[in-house]
Design a protein around this ligand. Structure first.
Ligand code: AMP
Ligand code: ZN
Length: 494
């Protein structure tokens, strides 16, 4: 681990569009909040890209020695269709369609989310709070906003007063939108909505009779507005102002803009110092999205069951593919891009393995290892630039190949530095695992082909006692042998 003092991290801040020096509010502790998924369906690869992007931020800051509290919420209530203030709750709708309890929907897709992110080797956050677990806190935030005079109640619902807020603050500062333009571009909706002004947004909604997800409150039996949960949970676990707030680019407006307004209304402070936005994964040039059907699920990549890829690609290759682009660039996925990533990934992993077996020779090294090491840090210090880091790692790959081919030399000390730096950046920072080394199936396949061969030898010798012993012993541990006309295969009894 590097001493914090030697590395100067700069992060692009969406609030002002500038890369700024990152100095945490509390010296060595970092507070980071990232908007999590709405758990009403399986996460697609686009969602995963955003969570992998913030996994990199988390990993690198931890790697530098910061104590990071990473809060990523689960949205399990309040997120209505079309991100609107009217309509059906996404989770309740899914529960109605599947004829199950809303909390069964939440459980099913939260488990799927965790399993998927584990396959991608992302680290779990420090706290993963849910919206339904923080209704009391959300009601408290509404009370504070009402007290501050930035909200009003109408018939059991409470709305944030954007016009009033904009008189003393700037609504739109994150997305660069101007309230006057928003008002000008909004068609007359009088009579259709109870809001005083179309830009206002819901903090609490009175539940219609058919709305099953509801809680008691001072205003009505109802449910919180979507933007509120993130304010309630981020302030509870990270304070009124913390270091980093993240999410996908598409959350800038209205979600993060409304979070800023809510935060400033209760504390006069912008909730986070750095607003970080991950760019979109696209498919056929269009944003991957649940609603349009233009998406691939992670498992469809891992088992090849999709119409875009010609075959399956592993989670580590998919992660590597994503990290080859900077998190603020749009990234388009295609079969050719995945094939190229697979090649690159395999070359990198082979070099990592090779680097442990190369021999040191002379006192001289034909590669400036210390300079290369700092270039790896520089890439990550520069707004987490993973593609530049990977390019630097490939400089080392080339050198390792030269070492292996006897075309270069390295001293013992330099080899130590090279190996530990490679390991640090590939494994700890980028979170890439060598699947060939970790794949238990490979071990099992190897052991089983030996056992099948020994059994066939025994049968050929007419030593049926031995061949039956092998078959029965395997059967007892749940492995069934199947003798075909050409060869013997095995299956695992489930
Ligand atoms: P949701 O569950 O829809 O709230 O989305 C969870 C996260 O995924 C949010 O941070 C979104 O901004 C992000 N996201 C959604 N679509 C994409 C995409 N195509 N590429 C990258 N991130 C996305
Ligand atoms: Zn959020």
């Amino acid at each position: 681990m590097e001493s914090l003092a030697t590395q100067n991290v700069r992060i692009f801040n969406s609030l002002n569009g500038i890369k700024e020096d990152f100095t945490p509010i509390n010296k060595k502790s970092v507070g980071m909040y990232v908007c999590g998924p709405t758990v009403y369906s399986k996460v697609h690869l686009g969602n995963c890209r955003t969570f992998i992007s913030f996994d990199i931020v988390y990993r690198y800051l931890k790697f530098l020695g910061y104590k990071v509290r990473y809060v990523r919420n689960i949205t399990d209530a309040g997120h209505l269709e079309n991100d609107a203030d009217e309509g059906e709750d996404r989770i309740a709708k899914k529960a109605r369609i599947e004829e199950i309890e809303p909390m069964e929907v939440v459980q099913k897709y939260t488990v799927d989310f965790h399993q998927t992110l584990t396959k991608f080797n992302t680290l779990p956050p420090s706290i993963e709070p849910t919206a339904t677990g923080h209704i009391v806190e959300q009601i408290e935030v509404i009370k504070q906003i009402l007290e501050a005079g930035f909200a009003y109640e109408i018939d059991g619902s409470v709305y944030f007063d954007v016009i009033k807020f904009n008189k003393t603050s700037t609504y739109g500062k994150l997305s660069g939108r101007k309230l006057e333009d928003m008002i000008h571009n909004t068609r007359e909706t009088s009579g259709q909505s109870e809001k005083q002004n179309p830009q206002d947004f819901a903090l609490w909604k009175r539940a219609q009779p058919e709305h099953i997800m509801r809680w008691p409150s001072p205003w009505s039996d109802g449910f919180p507005g979507w933007h509120l949960e993130c304010t309630a949970m981020s302030t509870k676990y990270l304070g009124n102002q913390f270091d980093i707030h993240g999410g996908g680019m598409d959350l800038k407006f209205p979600h993060h803009e409304c979070e800023i307004a809510q935060g400033e209304a209760i504390s006069s402070q912008t909730p986070a110092k750095f607003w970080v936005h991950a760019n979109m994964l696209t498919l056929n040039g269009k944003k991957m999205a649940k609603s349009t059907g233009n998406n691939i699920l992670p498992d469809e990549i891992f088992d090849g069951s999709n119409s875009i890829m010609k075959r399956a690609f592993s989670p580590a290759v998919t992660r590597f593919f994503m990290l080859q682009a900077h998190y603020r660039s749009v990234l388009d996925i295609s079969n050719d891009a995945m094939v190229a990533s697979e090649k690159g990934f395999s070359k990198l992993m082979q070099a990592v393995v090779l680097s442990n077996t190369v021999e040191t020779s002379a006192v001289t090294t034909d590669f400036d290892v210390l300079n290369w090491k700092q270039k790896c840090y520089d890439a990550m210090n520069d707004d987490f630039n993973t593609p530049i880091l990977i390019a630097n790692l490939f400089d080392a790959v080339k050198f390792i190949q030269n070492l292996q081919g006897g075309r270069a030399t390295i001293s013992e000390n330099d080899l130590k530095t090279l190996n530990s730096t490679l390991h640090d950046f590939v494994t700890n920072v980028l979170g890439l695992v060598n699947e060939e080394e970790n794949d238990n199936d490979n071990y099992l396949n190897g052991a089983m082909s030996l056992l099948i061969e020994l059994r066939n030898d025994a049968r050929n010798r007419k030593d049926f006692e031995t061949s039956d012993k092998i078959r029965d012993a395997l059967h007892n541990v749940g492995i069934e042998l199947k003798d075909g006309s050409q060869d013997t295969t095995y299956t695992l009894r489930k």
